[in-house]
Design a protein around this ligand. Structure first.
Ligand SMILES: *Cc1c(COP(=O)(O)O)cnc(C)c1O
Length: 436
Protein backbone atom coordinates (compact mmCIF):
# COMPACT_ATOMS: atom_id res chain seq x y z
CA UNK A 1 0.00 0.00 0.00
CA UNK A 2 1.39 3.43 -0.88
CA UNK A 3 2.39 5.86 1.76
CA UNK A 4 -0.84 7.75 2.61
CA UNK A 5 -0.36 11.14 4.29
CA UNK A 6 2.05 13.62 2.76
CA UNK A 7 5.48 12.88 4.15
CA UNK A 8 6.70 15.68 6.39
CA UNK A 9 9.72 17.35 4.91
CA UNK A 10 12.96 17.63 6.82
CA UNK A 11 12.69 21.39 7.27
CA UNK A 12 9.33 21.18 9.07
CA UNK A 13 9.21 22.32 12.67
CA UNK A 14 9.28 20.08 15.73
CA UNK A 15 11.90 17.86 17.30
CA UNK A 16 13.21 14.92 15.33
CA UNK A 17 11.28 12.57 17.62
CA UNK A 18 8.07 14.50 16.83
CA UNK A 19 8.75 14.46 13.11
CA UNK A 20 9.43 10.73 13.25
CA UNK A 21 6.18 10.17 15.12
CA UNK A 22 4.27 12.09 12.44
CA UNK A 23 5.99 10.23 9.64
CA UNK A 24 5.31 6.85 11.21
CA UNK A 25 1.56 7.44 11.31
CA UNK A 26 1.62 6.94 7.53
CA UNK A 27 3.78 3.82 7.66
CA UNK A 28 2.61 0.24 7.52
CA UNK A 29 2.24 -1.97 10.59
CA UNK A 30 5.58 -3.81 10.40
CA UNK A 31 7.45 -0.53 10.16
CA UNK A 32 5.50 1.00 13.04
CA UNK A 33 6.10 -2.05 15.25
CA UNK A 34 9.84 -1.80 14.74
CA UNK A 35 9.93 1.90 15.47
CA UNK A 36 7.40 2.04 18.31
CA UNK A 37 7.53 3.47 20.85
CA UNK A 38 9.21 6.47 19.31
CA UNK A 39 12.71 6.57 20.68
CA UNK A 40 14.12 9.99 21.42
CA UNK A 41 17.79 9.22 20.89
CA UNK A 42 18.96 12.03 23.16
CA UNK A 43 16.79 10.81 26.05
CA UNK A 44 17.76 7.17 25.43
CA UNK A 45 21.47 8.04 25.23
CA UNK A 46 21.67 6.74 21.69
CA UNK A 47 20.24 3.32 22.51
CA UNK A 48 17.94 2.03 19.79
CA UNK A 49 16.50 -0.63 22.13
CA UNK A 50 16.08 1.01 25.52
CA UNK A 51 14.84 -1.11 28.39
CA UNK A 52 11.39 -2.54 27.88
CA UNK A 53 11.57 -2.20 24.11
CA UNK A 54 13.09 -5.52 23.18
CA UNK A 55 11.14 -7.52 20.63
CA UNK A 56 12.68 -10.88 21.28
CA UNK A 57 13.92 -10.82 24.82
CA UNK A 58 14.45 -14.40 25.76
CA UNK A 59 15.81 -15.22 29.13
CA UNK A 60 15.57 -18.50 30.91
CA UNK A 61 15.13 -18.42 34.66
CA UNK A 62 16.67 -21.84 34.67
CA UNK A 63 19.86 -20.44 33.17
CA UNK A 64 23.10 -19.71 34.94
CA UNK A 65 22.29 -15.98 35.37
CA UNK A 66 25.91 -15.28 34.56
CA UNK A 67 27.31 -16.24 37.92
CA UNK A 68 31.05 -16.39 38.34
CA UNK A 69 31.29 -19.03 41.07
CA UNK A 70 30.26 -22.53 40.13
CA UNK A 71 29.90 -24.68 43.24
CA UNK A 72 30.97 -28.30 43.85
CA UNK A 73 30.03 -30.65 46.69
CA UNK A 74 33.46 -32.16 46.98
CA UNK A 75 37.02 -31.10 46.43
CA UNK A 76 37.44 -34.10 44.14
CA UNK A 77 34.59 -32.96 41.88
CA UNK A 78 36.10 -29.50 41.71
CA UNK A 79 39.59 -30.73 40.92
CA UNK A 80 38.32 -32.95 38.14
CA UNK A 81 36.29 -30.11 36.60
CA UNK A 82 39.24 -27.72 36.91
CA UNK A 83 41.52 -30.15 35.09
CA UNK A 84 39.03 -30.55 32.24
CA UNK A 85 37.87 -26.93 32.15
CA UNK A 86 34.28 -28.22 32.31
CA UNK A 87 31.61 -28.50 34.96
CA UNK A 88 29.53 -31.70 34.88
CA UNK A 89 26.32 -29.75 34.08
CA UNK A 90 27.77 -27.77 31.16
CA UNK A 91 29.91 -24.68 31.00
CA UNK A 92 33.30 -24.33 32.65
CA UNK A 93 34.28 -24.83 36.31
CA UNK A 94 34.43 -21.05 36.57
CA UNK A 95 31.54 -18.96 35.25
CA UNK A 96 33.79 -16.28 33.79
CA UNK A 97 35.31 -18.81 31.39
CA UNK A 98 32.12 -20.20 29.90
CA UNK A 99 28.50 -20.47 30.95
CA UNK A 100 26.18 -23.38 30.11
CA UNK A 101 24.37 -20.99 27.73
CA UNK A 102 27.65 -20.29 25.94
CA UNK A 103 28.16 -24.05 25.66
CA UNK A 104 24.79 -24.41 23.98
CA UNK A 105 25.55 -21.59 21.54
CA UNK A 106 28.91 -23.13 20.64
CA UNK A 107 27.38 -26.53 19.96
CA UNK A 108 24.71 -24.93 17.78
CA UNK A 109 27.14 -22.90 15.69
CA UNK A 110 29.53 -25.82 15.28
CA UNK A 111 26.57 -27.75 13.83
CA UNK A 112 25.43 -24.87 11.61
CA UNK A 113 28.94 -24.64 10.11
CA UNK A 114 29.73 -28.34 10.04
CA UNK A 115 32.74 -27.80 12.32
CA UNK A 116 34.45 -29.81 15.05
CA UNK A 117 33.65 -27.13 17.61
CA UNK A 118 33.18 -23.42 18.23
CA UNK A 119 33.95 -20.75 20.78
CA UNK A 120 31.85 -17.69 21.54
CA UNK A 121 33.46 -14.35 22.46
CA UNK A 122 32.19 -11.01 23.67
CA UNK A 123 32.30 -9.35 20.23
CA UNK A 124 33.07 -10.09 16.61
CA UNK A 125 36.33 -8.24 16.99
CA UNK A 126 37.25 -10.32 20.06
CA UNK A 127 36.58 -13.44 17.97
CA UNK A 128 38.96 -12.16 15.28
CA UNK A 129 41.62 -11.30 17.88
CA UNK A 130 41.31 -14.73 19.52
CA UNK A 131 41.58 -16.48 16.15
CA UNK A 132 44.73 -14.52 15.33
CA UNK A 133 46.30 -14.93 18.75
CA UNK A 134 45.52 -18.64 19.12
CA UNK A 135 47.69 -19.47 16.11
CA UNK A 136 50.23 -16.65 16.63
CA UNK A 137 51.22 -16.32 12.98
CA UNK A 138 54.37 -14.33 12.19
CA UNK A 139 52.95 -13.28 8.82
CA UNK A 140 49.31 -12.73 7.86
CA UNK A 141 48.09 -12.20 4.31
CA UNK A 142 45.17 -9.78 4.45
CA UNK A 143 42.85 -8.18 1.90
CA UNK A 144 43.28 -4.43 1.48
CA UNK A 145 39.60 -3.87 2.25
CA UNK A 146 39.95 -5.69 5.62
CA UNK A 147 37.36 -4.76 8.24
CA UNK A 148 38.97 -1.68 9.77
CA UNK A 149 39.05 -2.73 13.48
CA UNK A 150 40.68 -6.05 12.48
CA UNK A 151 43.33 -4.15 10.55
CA UNK A 152 43.80 -1.79 13.50
CA UNK A 153 44.20 -4.73 15.87
CA UNK A 154 46.85 -6.27 13.65
CA UNK A 155 48.73 -3.05 13.04
CA UNK A 156 48.57 -1.65 16.59
CA UNK A 157 49.59 -4.90 18.28
CA UNK A 158 52.31 -5.51 15.68
CA UNK A 159 51.32 -9.12 16.14
CA UNK A 160 52.48 -10.20 12.69
CA UNK A 161 53.94 -8.90 9.49
CA UNK A 162 51.08 -7.93 7.19
CA UNK A 163 51.17 -8.80 3.50
CA UNK A 164 48.31 -7.14 1.65
CA UNK A 165 46.45 -8.48 -1.37
CA UNK A 166 43.62 -6.77 -3.31
CA UNK A 167 40.19 -7.42 -1.80
CA UNK A 168 39.01 -8.76 -5.17
CA UNK A 169 42.22 -10.76 -5.79
CA UNK A 170 42.64 -13.80 -8.01
CA UNK A 171 44.11 -17.03 -6.70
CA UNK A 172 47.31 -16.32 -8.69
CA UNK A 173 47.80 -12.93 -7.03
CA UNK A 174 47.53 -14.44 -3.58
CA UNK A 175 49.63 -17.42 -4.70
CA UNK A 176 52.45 -15.04 -5.65
CA UNK A 177 52.20 -13.37 -2.23
CA UNK A 178 52.25 -16.79 -0.52
CA UNK A 179 55.50 -17.62 -2.34
CA UNK A 180 56.94 -14.27 -1.32
CA UNK A 181 56.01 -14.96 2.32
CA UNK A 182 57.47 -18.46 1.95
CA UNK A 183 60.96 -17.03 1.46
CA UNK A 184 60.94 -15.72 5.03
CA UNK A 185 58.25 -17.56 6.98
CA UNK A 186 57.47 -21.22 7.59
CA UNK A 187 53.97 -22.34 6.53
CA UNK A 188 53.05 -22.95 10.19
CA UNK A 189 53.95 -19.31 10.96
CA UNK A 190 51.86 -17.94 8.11
CA UNK A 191 48.12 -17.38 7.89
CA UNK A 192 45.91 -16.48 4.94
CA UNK A 193 43.06 -14.31 6.14
CA UNK A 194 39.98 -13.79 3.98
CA UNK A 195 36.98 -11.52 4.33
CA UNK A 196 34.36 -11.64 1.63
CA UNK A 197 32.76 -9.53 0.43
CA UNK A 198 34.98 -6.71 1.72
CA UNK A 199 33.53 -4.28 4.28
CA UNK A 200 31.93 -1.20 2.73
CA UNK A 201 33.01 -1.79 -0.86
CA UNK A 202 32.08 -5.50 -1.23
CA UNK A 203 34.82 -6.85 -3.49
CA UNK A 204 34.88 -10.66 -3.66
CA UNK A 205 38.17 -12.52 -4.17
CA UNK A 206 38.61 -15.87 -5.89
CA UNK A 207 37.99 -17.78 -2.67
CA UNK A 208 38.46 -21.23 -4.23
CA UNK A 209 41.72 -20.19 -5.91
CA UNK A 210 43.10 -18.67 -2.71
CA UNK A 211 42.15 -21.68 -0.61
CA UNK A 212 43.82 -24.00 -3.13
CA UNK A 213 47.04 -21.93 -3.08
CA UNK A 214 47.07 -21.94 0.73
CA UNK A 215 46.36 -25.67 0.85
CA UNK A 216 49.25 -26.45 -1.48
CA UNK A 217 51.57 -24.32 0.64
CA UNK A 218 50.34 -25.92 3.87
CA UNK A 219 49.09 -22.60 5.27
CA UNK A 220 46.10 -22.21 7.60
CA UNK A 221 43.15 -20.19 6.23
CA UNK A 222 40.83 -18.06 8.34
CA UNK A 223 37.74 -16.32 7.00
CA UNK A 224 35.66 -13.49 8.42
CA UNK A 225 32.24 -14.70 7.28
CA UNK A 226 30.14 -11.96 8.89
CA UNK A 227 28.65 -10.62 5.63
CA UNK A 228 27.33 -14.01 4.55
CA UNK A 229 26.67 -15.77 7.86
CA UNK A 230 26.25 -19.55 7.70
CA UNK A 231 23.04 -18.95 5.72
CA UNK A 232 24.86 -17.74 2.61
CA UNK A 233 28.27 -19.40 2.92
CA UNK A 234 29.86 -22.11 5.03
CA UNK A 235 33.64 -21.54 4.86
CA UNK A 236 34.53 -24.98 6.23
CA UNK A 237 32.69 -26.61 3.30
CA UNK A 238 35.07 -24.69 1.02
CA UNK A 239 38.25 -25.98 2.64
CA UNK A 240 38.76 -23.04 5.01
CA UNK A 241 40.07 -24.12 8.42
CA UNK A 242 38.55 -21.42 10.62
CA UNK A 243 35.35 -19.38 10.23
CA UNK A 244 34.83 -16.20 12.23
CA UNK A 245 31.46 -14.49 12.46
CA UNK A 246 30.37 -11.34 14.24
CA UNK A 247 27.12 -12.76 15.64
CA UNK A 248 26.39 -9.18 16.66
CA UNK A 249 24.93 -8.88 13.15
CA UNK A 250 22.50 -11.28 11.41
CA UNK A 251 22.60 -14.13 13.89
CA UNK A 252 21.18 -11.96 16.68
CA UNK A 253 19.43 -9.73 14.18
CA UNK A 254 18.22 -7.04 16.55
CA UNK A 255 21.44 -5.29 17.46
CA UNK A 256 21.36 -6.64 21.02
CA UNK A 257 23.68 -9.65 20.86
CA UNK A 258 27.21 -8.24 20.89
CA UNK A 259 29.21 -11.43 20.32
CA UNK A 260 31.35 -13.35 17.90
CA UNK A 261 31.98 -16.98 17.15
CA UNK A 262 34.96 -18.88 15.85
CA UNK A 263 34.33 -22.31 14.34
CA UNK A 264 37.14 -24.73 13.53
CA UNK A 265 37.15 -27.68 11.18
CA UNK A 266 39.72 -29.69 13.15
CA UNK A 267 39.81 -30.86 16.76
CA UNK A 268 43.40 -29.62 17.16
CA UNK A 269 42.45 -26.10 16.08
CA UNK A 270 39.39 -25.92 18.31
CA UNK A 271 41.52 -27.03 21.28
CA UNK A 272 43.93 -24.15 20.60
CA UNK A 273 41.04 -21.69 20.33
CA UNK A 274 39.47 -22.89 23.58
CA UNK A 275 42.78 -22.60 25.35
CA UNK A 276 43.30 -19.06 24.03
CA UNK A 277 39.83 -18.10 25.23
CA UNK A 278 40.58 -19.42 28.69
CA UNK A 279 43.97 -17.72 28.87
CA UNK A 280 42.53 -14.32 27.91
CA UNK A 281 39.19 -14.44 29.75
CA UNK A 282 37.35 -13.21 26.65
CA UNK A 283 34.75 -15.95 26.83
CA UNK A 284 32.63 -14.25 29.48
CA UNK A 285 29.65 -13.62 27.18
CA UNK A 286 26.49 -12.94 29.16
CA UNK A 287 23.94 -15.76 29.34
CA UNK A 288 21.32 -13.26 28.20
CA UNK A 289 23.25 -12.61 24.99
CA UNK A 290 23.82 -16.33 24.51
CA UNK A 291 20.14 -17.11 25.04
CA UNK A 292 19.04 -14.49 22.54
CA UNK A 293 21.59 -15.71 20.05
CA UNK A 294 20.60 -19.31 20.50
CA UNK A 295 16.97 -18.58 19.56
CA UNK A 296 17.36 -15.78 17.06
CA UNK A 297 19.77 -17.62 14.82
CA UNK A 298 16.87 -19.87 13.87
CA UNK A 299 15.20 -17.00 12.03
CA UNK A 300 18.38 -15.69 10.37
CA UNK A 301 17.52 -17.21 7.00
CA UNK A 302 14.02 -15.74 6.94
CA UNK A 303 15.27 -12.34 8.02
CA UNK A 304 18.05 -12.43 5.41
CA UNK A 305 15.52 -13.05 2.64
CA UNK A 306 13.59 -9.98 3.69
CA UNK A 307 16.72 -7.87 4.21
CA UNK A 308 17.90 -8.80 0.70
CA UNK A 309 14.55 -8.07 -0.96
CA UNK A 310 14.31 -4.69 0.77
CA UNK A 311 17.90 -3.82 -0.12
CA UNK A 312 17.12 -4.65 -3.77
CA UNK A 313 14.11 -2.30 -3.69
CA UNK A 314 16.17 0.50 -2.16
CA UNK A 315 18.98 0.02 -4.68
CA UNK A 316 16.44 0.18 -7.52
CA UNK A 317 15.18 3.48 -6.12
CA UNK A 318 18.70 4.93 -5.82
CA UNK A 319 19.47 3.77 -9.35
CA UNK A 320 16.60 5.87 -10.71
CA UNK A 321 17.83 9.04 -9.03
CA UNK A 322 19.96 11.67 -10.79
CA UNK A 323 22.20 12.17 -7.74
CA UNK A 324 23.39 8.53 -7.68
CA UNK A 325 26.83 8.06 -9.25
CA UNK A 326 27.09 4.37 -8.46
CA UNK A 327 25.93 1.55 -6.22
CA UNK A 328 28.34 -0.96 -4.75
CA UNK A 329 26.79 -4.38 -4.23
CA UNK A 330 27.87 -7.71 -5.66
CA UNK A 331 24.18 -8.71 -5.82
CA UNK A 332 23.76 -6.34 -8.76
CA UNK A 333 24.24 -7.81 -12.20
CA UNK A 334 26.51 -4.97 -13.26
CA UNK A 335 28.97 -5.63 -10.42
CA UNK A 336 32.39 -6.94 -11.50
CA UNK A 337 32.02 -9.41 -8.62
CA UNK A 338 28.58 -10.69 -9.58
CA UNK A 339 29.84 -13.99 -11.02
CA UNK A 340 31.73 -14.80 -7.83
CA UNK A 341 28.72 -13.61 -5.83
CA UNK A 342 26.52 -16.18 -7.56
CA UNK A 343 29.17 -18.86 -7.25
CA UNK A 344 29.70 -18.46 -3.51
CA UNK A 345 26.76 -16.68 -1.91
CA UNK A 346 23.80 -17.06 -4.26
CA UNK A 347 21.77 -14.27 -2.70
CA UNK A 348 22.35 -10.92 -1.07
CA UNK A 349 21.86 -9.32 2.31
CA UNK A 350 20.91 -5.97 3.82
CA UNK A 351 23.99 -4.03 2.77
CA UNK A 352 24.83 -1.77 -0.15
CA UNK A 353 26.84 1.38 -0.62
CA UNK A 354 25.70 4.41 -2.60
CA UNK A 355 28.21 6.76 -4.20
CA UNK A 356 26.67 10.17 -4.66
CA UNK A 357 27.38 12.43 -7.64
CA UNK A 358 30.86 13.85 -7.09
CA UNK A 359 29.65 17.29 -8.23
CA UNK A 360 27.25 17.53 -5.27
CA UNK A 361 28.59 19.62 -2.37
CA UNK A 362 29.24 17.37 0.65
CA UNK A 363 26.88 19.50 2.79
CA UNK A 364 23.93 18.53 0.61
CA UNK A 365 24.63 14.83 0.97
CA UNK A 366 25.00 15.34 4.71
CA UNK A 367 21.70 17.27 4.80
CA UNK A 368 20.03 14.33 3.04
CA UNK A 369 21.39 11.86 5.60
CA UNK A 370 20.32 14.12 8.48
CA UNK A 371 16.82 14.45 7.00
CA UNK A 372 16.22 10.69 7.00
CA UNK A 373 13.64 9.69 9.60
CA UNK A 374 13.66 5.89 9.51
CA UNK A 375 17.34 5.34 8.70
CA UNK A 376 19.44 5.99 11.81
CA UNK A 377 23.04 7.09 11.64
CA UNK A 378 24.74 4.24 13.47
CA UNK A 379 27.58 1.76 13.29
CA UNK A 380 27.08 -1.97 12.88
CA UNK A 381 24.38 -3.56 10.71
CA UNK A 382 22.30 -6.69 10.23
CA UNK A 383 19.56 -5.60 12.63
CA UNK A 384 15.87 -4.75 12.28
CA UNK A 385 16.43 -0.99 12.05
CA UNK A 386 17.58 0.61 8.82
CA UNK A 387 20.91 2.38 9.15
CA UNK A 388 23.25 4.63 7.24
CA UNK A 389 26.95 5.34 7.72
CA UNK A 390 29.70 7.04 5.69
CA UNK A 391 32.22 4.74 3.98
CA UNK A 392 35.86 5.73 3.81
CA UNK A 393 37.66 2.93 1.99
CA UNK A 394 41.09 2.23 3.37
CA UNK A 395 42.65 0.76 0.32
CA UNK A 396 46.30 0.22 -0.29
CA UNK A 397 47.17 2.66 -3.13
CA UNK A 398 49.58 0.04 -4.49
CA UNK A 399 46.84 -2.57 -4.79
CA UNK A 400 45.49 -3.55 -8.17
CA UNK A 401 41.79 -4.01 -7.35
CA UNK A 402 39.67 -4.46 -10.48
CA UNK A 403 37.17 -1.76 -9.87
CA UNK A 404 38.23 1.84 -9.37
CA UNK A 405 36.04 3.28 -6.64
CA UNK A 406 33.64 6.16 -7.39
CA UNK A 407 34.81 9.64 -6.46
CA UNK A 408 31.75 11.10 -4.70
CA UNK A 409 30.76 10.72 -1.05
CA UNK A 410 29.87 7.12 -0.22
CA UNK A 411 27.34 5.90 2.33
CA UNK A 412 26.60 2.34 3.36
CA UNK A 413 22.97 1.46 3.95
CA UNK A 414 21.60 -1.38 6.06
CA UNK A 415 18.09 -2.28 4.92
CA UNK A 416 16.21 -3.18 8.10
CA UNK A 417 13.02 -5.18 8.51
CA UNK A 418 10.67 -2.24 7.95
CA UNK A 419 8.37 -2.25 4.90
CA UNK A 420 10.36 -1.39 1.78
CA UNK A 421 7.85 1.20 0.54
CA UNK A 422 8.05 3.10 3.82
CA UNK A 423 11.82 3.18 3.52
CA UNK A 424 11.59 4.41 -0.07
CA UNK A 425 9.15 7.12 1.07
CA UNK A 426 11.70 8.18 3.69
CA UNK A 427 14.52 8.37 1.13
CA UNK A 428 12.24 10.37 -1.17
CA UNK A 429 11.19 12.88 1.50
CA UNK A 430 14.79 13.36 2.65
CA UNK A 431 16.07 13.90 -0.89
CA UNK A 432 13.59 16.71 -1.61
CA UNK A 433 15.29 20.02 -0.92
CA UNK A 434 18.61 18.37 -0.14
CA UNK A 435 19.72 16.36 -3.19
CA UNK A 436 16.93 17.41 -5.56
C1 LIG B 1 30.92 -5.93 12.62
C2 LIG B 1 31.98 -6.75 12.03
C3 LIG B 1 32.93 -7.38 12.82
C4 LIG B 1 33.06 -7.19 14.32
O1 LIG B 1 31.93 -7.38 15.05
P1 LIG B 1 31.71 -6.63 16.47
O2 LIG B 1 30.82 -7.54 17.19
O3 LIG B 1 31.12 -5.32 16.11
O4 LIG B 1 33.05 -6.50 17.11
C5 LIG B 1 33.86 -8.17 12.20
N1 LIG B 1 33.88 -8.32 10.88
C6 LIG B 1 33.00 -7.71 10.07
C7 LIG B 1 33.08 -7.92 8.60
C8 LIG B 1 32.03 -6.89 10.62
O5 LIG B 1 31.18 -6.26 9.82
Amino acid sequence: MPHSPPAPSSCEVGTKAERRAAFLTGCRAATRRIHAPIVDLAAARGHLNPRGLGHARAFSDLGSLGQSSVGFDTLGDYEQADAMGRAPWGGAEYGVVQSPEADAVCAKFARLHGGAGAIVCASGLAAIAIALDAFAPKAVLIPDGLYFPAWRYLSETGRAELLTYPAGASGEEVGALIREAGRRFAPADTMVYLEAPASGTFEIPDIAGIVEEARRAGIRTVMDNTWASHVRFRPLDHGIAIAVQATTKYEGGYGDTPSGIVVARDEGDIARLRRQLRVTGHGAVSPQTCTRLFHRVDSAETRLERHAATAAALMAWFESQPFTAGILSPAREGSPYHVRFRQYFGAGNSLFTVAFDGALPAERVHAFVDALLLFRVAESWGGHVSLVLPVHPRRDPASSSKESLPKGAMFRFNAGLEEADDLVADLAQASRGTLL
